[in-house]
Design a protein around this ligand. Structure first.
Ligand SMILES: C[S@@+](CC[C@H](N)C(=O)[O-])C[C@H]1O[C@@H](n2cnc3c(N)ncnc32)[C@H](O)[C@@H]1O
Length: 221
């Protein structure tokens, strides 16, 4: 099934066969999210990190993804891990159903402002006041290859930082402030930031930004 947010079907075909590499920092997670927490892994892909959380001892973890192919792959790879195919919004959970949510390397695959805002806003609905959003994504890079492709595709996509890859993917790198503002607009307050270098889908490396953000206790209560 091809979602309207995946018009080319990339995440049902080529993208669904990729190996995802964007790493979780277990120490950072455990500092803010206790093992008994109910955790949502939004854009879980084939359940790589959902299964890692289970392996770390998290007892109540659910992964959701809009790609049927990736969820099927995840169910085969990780039987017993809760993975749901959720092609649209709202997600099938009540308000404040989760103590924490992961959003890992998802916004880099979502090129439109409104789609990004809808995703983070939905996590603002689902994470309880006082709960935690752990976001990790790719900021704008300063190397010549990335700067050249930001320039080349900015006109077609209308956003500096969006670029196409030869295999049909379309990705986005963000000004760090864009990521902070997205979580802030959804009712989260950033309480910690970390930057390091990680691998990408195409075997390169990029700088990445991790944000730990807490859902404001008063927001939406
Ligand atoms: C690079 S993968 C990361 C998967 C997983 N979080 C991980 O780190 O292993 C990006 C994920 O975002 C999902 N995705 C891509 N475009 C999306 C969109 N417009 N809305 C929601 N999810 C999307 C894909 O299906 C894919 O599972």
């Amino acid at each position: 099934m091809t979602s309207s947010r995946d018009a080319g079907g990339f995440w049902e075909t080529t993208g669904a066969a990729k190996t995802f590499t964007h790493p979780l920092d277990p120490e950072l997670l455990e500092e803010f999210v206790p093992l008994g927490a109910r955790v949502l892994d939004y854009g879980c892909g084939y359940g790589r990190l959902t299964a890692e959380l289970v392996g770390l001892g998290y007892r109540s973890v659910c992964g959701v993804d809009f790609s049927a192919a990736l969820v099927e792959r995840g169910r085969r790879a990780h039987p017993g891990v809760e993975l749901l195919h959720c092609p649209g919004f709202p997600l099938p959970f009540e308000d404040a159903a989760f103590d924490a949510a992961l959003l890992f390397a998802v916004l880099t695959c979502v090129t439109g402002d409104a789609d990004q805002e809808r995703i983070v806003g939905e996590l603002g609905r689902l994470v309880r006041p006082g709960g935690v959003l752990y976001l990790s994504d790719v900021p704008l890079q300063s190397d010549p290859l990335n700067r050249e492709r930001y320039e080349r595709f900015a006109g077609r996509h209308g956003t500096y930082g969006v670029f196409e890859t030869p295999d049909g993917g379309v990705f986005r790198h963000h000004p760090p402030q864009r990521l902070r503002e997205l979580v802030g607009a959804a009712g989260f307050v950033v309480v910690q930031e970390r930057q390091d270098i990680v691998g990408t889908l195409d075997g390169r490396t990029v700088g990445r930004l991790q944000l730990i953000a807490r859902r404001e206790p008063s927001a939406g209560a």
